[in-house]
Design a protein around this ligand. Sequence first.
Ligand code: ZN
Length: 292
Amino acid sequence: MRDFSQDHRWLSINTATVRKQRGQDWPLPQILDACAARGIRAVSPWRDQVAAAGLEATARQLKALGLALSGYCRGGLFTHTDAAGRQAARDDNRRALDEACALGAPCLVLVVGGLPGALAGKAVHRDLAGTRAQVREGIADLLEDARERRMPLAIEPLHPMYAADRACVNTLEQALDLCDALDPARSGALGVAVDAYHVWWDPKLQDQIQRAGRERLLALHVCDWLTPTTDLLNDRGMMGDGVIDLRQLRGWVEAQGYAGYSEAEIFSSGNWWRRDGGEVLDTCIERHRTCV
Ligand code: ZN
């Protein structure tokens, strides 16, 4: 297992971690500058942040700063109720693929979507199995274009509390079943993003990480699970402040040969988003060394 205690060369910052500090948007160009100034070598930006800063300008800035990507957030949201919705999802996912290519991302992270309408507040039906079938179909369809562009797709299983509205793929096992069905050759074109927040509770976690193997492990996201958790989406903890054994998880992932970045991804409206962005980054560096 790699020693993270001496430096932070394997730290990546998911840029949502510092997206709105003290109530104000922290623009992506400033986030990238602040990361580079601290010797952080990688980031994982979100599409809305890139759109606000401009795709080409962001690509230029990343290059100028020597910053790599550990992923691109995000594609997915495959579920729909009609042909127009299906086509809109297809088009948007292809744009996401093109952006990921332009930025030199190692993978496009997929949050697959939940029951249609649920994210907006009202699900239009209760057909979870049918929704999961749509997700499978959507990934299969996108995978063809992803292969052409040589851009791997990383399915991110989300904690079951998001099954209704954000992602109906909720365990690593379920995500790997999709990988095995759609990419049986383990070509590297399809894999998973292992986010500690979503999978830490799973009694099958170690087994499924072994099953994934190096070809399927495309990203590792870290934060912590707080007790109590006061918001289902935006109360993620800083590494070390909660109950997840992050070092054990990293050990399992690295035992399969994963040698990529550990990406800090913390949505925290009540704590970390209220602080100075530089303080948050400095804390991520310290906790990366001591807790991950
Ligand atoms: Zn994540």
